[in-house]
Design a protein around this ligand. Structure first.
Ligand code: 13P
Ligand code: SF4
Length: 310
């Protein structure tokens, strides 16, 4: 790329010329959030992907999110700046292993967190995200047996919240598992008025000390509506950008990870850069390509979710 190129202006030009929309997750780097047409959590992004009339969807997020957008828009071009932007949670549930697991519980309904591959979605009855999981579980009859996959931390949190017995798959997110309870506790002593806000992908001991638990969109909303002036944010650091924009006078402290080498940036989300975003819009590559049969099979459980949480 020409170093003198104004990437922000070029991206705006390409959006107009190609009737493209940029959808970005809150975990994307600030520059990408600033050029996005819509920033949201996984549910908001799926809903936006379903309703857009743009010809091209540029997905600034990870692979499973762009794949979901493609499943909802098979006729549209869906671009992802870096195809290697995967997800540890999604990788923790290979469909062939999950199928064997599922077959052991033939009378159970499979609720699967959207952070999974299309192959996993095709083996599921209903998809959920962190913002609608509780409502989706509660939409089922009380005696309905449930398998919840792939996130064991979100699953344990939901079992507690809903009182439902659920069989859990043993998957986790590498970013949300590294927070240190001890360091957050020490931070809280130094900032006694700060509210601890956490994403439900965190482990149970961390969630136990949180003042508020929710999806990225609900965490952001909480920081806007709550009177507190300080927040210890226990999720990926990308969200701090919107929190700071929405509440410029408030202080946001990223929760510390458990050792010096770790950081709470998602290595997959951060593979996307403004340069790669520009290049993928210019050349319309890389794009999501899917097998027709898989596309049809994975669409049903996503549509079932969207019907429940319209
Ligand atoms: P939400 O977008 O539902 O808040 O989930 C966060 C996440 O980890 C996405 O990968
Ligand atoms: Fe996956 Fe965790 Fe990264 Fe979200 S933050 S994309 S769940 S690895």
């Amino acid at each position: 790329i020409d170093v003198n190129l104004d990437l922000f202006a070029e991206i705006e030009r390409l959006k107009k010329e190609k009737n493209a929309i940029i959808l970005a997750h809150y975990y994307q780097e600030p520059d990408i959030q600033d050029v996005a047409d819509f920033i949201g959590d996984s549910l908001g992004l799926a809903q936006k992907a379903q309703s857009t009339d743009a010809d091209i969807i540029v997905f600034a997020g990870v692979h499973f999110m762009a794949e979901t957008a493609k499943i909802l828009n098979p006729q549209k071009k869906v671009l992802l700046p870096d195809l290697k932007a995967g997800c540890s949670l999604s990788d923790s549930a290979p469909p062939e292993l999950f199928k064997k697991f599922r077959d052991k519980y033939p009378d159970h309904i499979v609720i699967t967190y959207i952070n999974c591959s299309a192959g996993m979605k095709a083996l599921s009855d209903i998809i959920c995200t962190s913002s609608n999981a509780q409502a989706i579980i509660e939409s089922l009859p009380k005696d309905q047996k449930i398998i919840f996959a792939p996130d064991k931390n979100l699953g344990a949190y939901l079992k507690k919240k809903t009182g439902r017995e659920m069989v859990l798959w043993n998957g986790a997110c590498i970013v949300h598992e590294i927070f240190s309870l001890e360091k957050i506790t020490k931070l809280k002593i130094r900032h006694p008025k700060a509210k601890v806000i956490a994403h439900p992908e965190c482990e149970e001991p961390v969630l136990r000390i949180a003042d508020f638990i929710g999806s990225t969109t609900s965490l952001l909303k909480y920081t806007i509506e709550n009177d507190a002036q300080e927040f210890i944010v226990v999720t990926e650091t990308g969200i701090l950008h919107q929190m700071q924009i929405q509440s410029p006078g408030k202080t946001f402290i990223p929760a510390p990870p458990d050792n010096m080498c770790a950081c709470n940036d998602c290595p997959y989300m951060k593979l996307n850069t403004l340069e790669k975003l520009y290049l993928c819009m210019e050349y319309e590559e890389p794009k999501i390509i899917m097998d027709e049969e898989l596309l049809i099979a994975s669409k049903k459980p996503i549509e079932r979710m969207l019907e429940i949480s319209h």
